[in-house]
Ligand binder design. Structure first.
Ligand SMILES: [Zn+2]
Ligand SMILES: [Zn+2]
Length: 355
């Protein structure tokens, strides 16, 4: 038997005992050692998205230890520490985009043999397909491995913009994606990075974690003015928007970007955005979108991100602010939800206990 969390919608989360999942052919059973509470996990918790498949399991930023091997699995051993690409992000493997390595754009993402799959990090055990497992190098902690999901999103956004080396950068947001992105850009030679958050506390974490050179708190400074001031009135070469939601942040991003610069949008907006097209045209600002990750020029972005973590050029632990056991998952979600009071950046759930 094992413990697992079921989500009934909103704040109703129940931890129950049930049978350990059955391993199918080519699958791996693993003990979940660490799982991050992602902003996307909170959409439903906050009542922003209603699901019909009640109750469901979730937890897609996860790492673990192999506990069983399905028929036909080769090259892996029980007890190995592993990183896992979230099951709902995998492509069908058959369509043109998947064959091109752009499985993040597959229209059947998460569906395998007609069945929709998702990872269950908020659970003591989970299964995944063996080819989706990466054996962790010794120096990579379970928390860091769980956060490779965030780092891979950052790597993908970086891959899509022109070479960042020496370039000035603005990052709108101070959540886990903003901070991992800042670390990845700095590690790849970006020039001055200016990170914009709404709370002093999270901007301080961003500075301490090496995610940014300059922190701007919107309650104190107007973000566009602050960026223009820091760049001699010119604006930055690239702006990354990581917040999304309801605010008009795309226009703000355009306004802080220099002529000929790039705006990359990682945030998931739930409201239409208005931009001043004359301004964007005059400046010839490129607007682009960045959605999760897959591979780039044949290299797995997950592996690129894991290499960065292993090398110590980015410090994943510096953005982890809280740990909870599975029995305390409601508290973990409450802390992750109320960042203003808790100061949470990334909250990790340890299904086998925090100790
Ligand atoms: Zn996530
Ligand atoms: Zn596909």
């Amino acid at each position: 038997m094992m413990k697992t969390a079921y989500f009934y919608g909103g704040k109703d989360i129940r931890v129950v005992e049930e049978e350990i999942p059955v391993i199918g052919p080519d699958e791996v059973l693993f003990k979940v050692m660490s799982a991050g509470v992602c902003g996307s996990d909170l959409h439903n918790y906050r009542g922003h998205r209603i699901r019909e498949d009640v109750p469901w399991q979730q937890g897609h930023e996860l790492s673990g230890e192999i506990a069983g091997l399905g028929e036909g699995v080769k090259g892996l051993e029980i007890g190995q520490r592993i990183g896992i690409e979230a099951e709902h992000l995998l492509g069908c493997g058959d369509c043109r985009l998947c064959r091109d390595g752009q499985y993040h754009l597959c229209s059947d993402r998460g569906v395998r043999q007609g069945v929709r799959h998702s990872s269950h990090g908020f659970s003591q055990y989970d299964v995944c397909i063996a080819e989706n497992v990466t054996v962790l190098p010794d120096g990579v902690s379970f928390d860091a491995a769980a956060l490779v999901d965030c780092y891979a999103c950052a790597v993908h956004a970086m891959n899509r913009v022109p070479d960042v080396s020496g370039q000035s950068v603005a990052i709108i947001g101070a959540g886990a994606i903003a901070l991992t992105l800042g670390q990845v850009l700095k590690a790849n030679g970006a020039g001055e990075v200016i990170l914009i958050g709404t709370r002093q506390q999270s901007v301080d974490v961003a500075v301490a974690s090496g995610s940014t050179d300059v922190g701007v708190v919107t309650a104190v400074d107007d973000p566009v003015k602050a960026v223009l001031l820091a760049t001699g009135g010119e604006g930055v070469s690239m702006t990354f928007e990581t917040v999304g939601g309801q605010l008009q942040l795309v226009q703000q991003a355009v306004e802080m970007t220099r002529r000929g610069g790039v705006v990359s949008i990682l945030g998931l907006f739930t409201k239409s955005q208005t931009i001043d097209p004359a301004m964007a045209m005059e400046r010839e600002v490129t607007l682009q979108w960045s959605n999760s990750f897959s591979s780039w020029n044949g290299a797995s972005e997950f592996s690129t991100a894991l290499d960065l973590v292993e090398s110590g050029r980015v410090i994943a632990e510096s953005i982890v602010t809280h740990h909870f056991g599975l029995d305390e998952i409601s508290e973990a979600f409450a802390i992750a939800d109320d960042k203003r009071t808790s100061g949470a950046i990334r909250v990790m759930v340890r299904p086998w206990g925090v100790g």
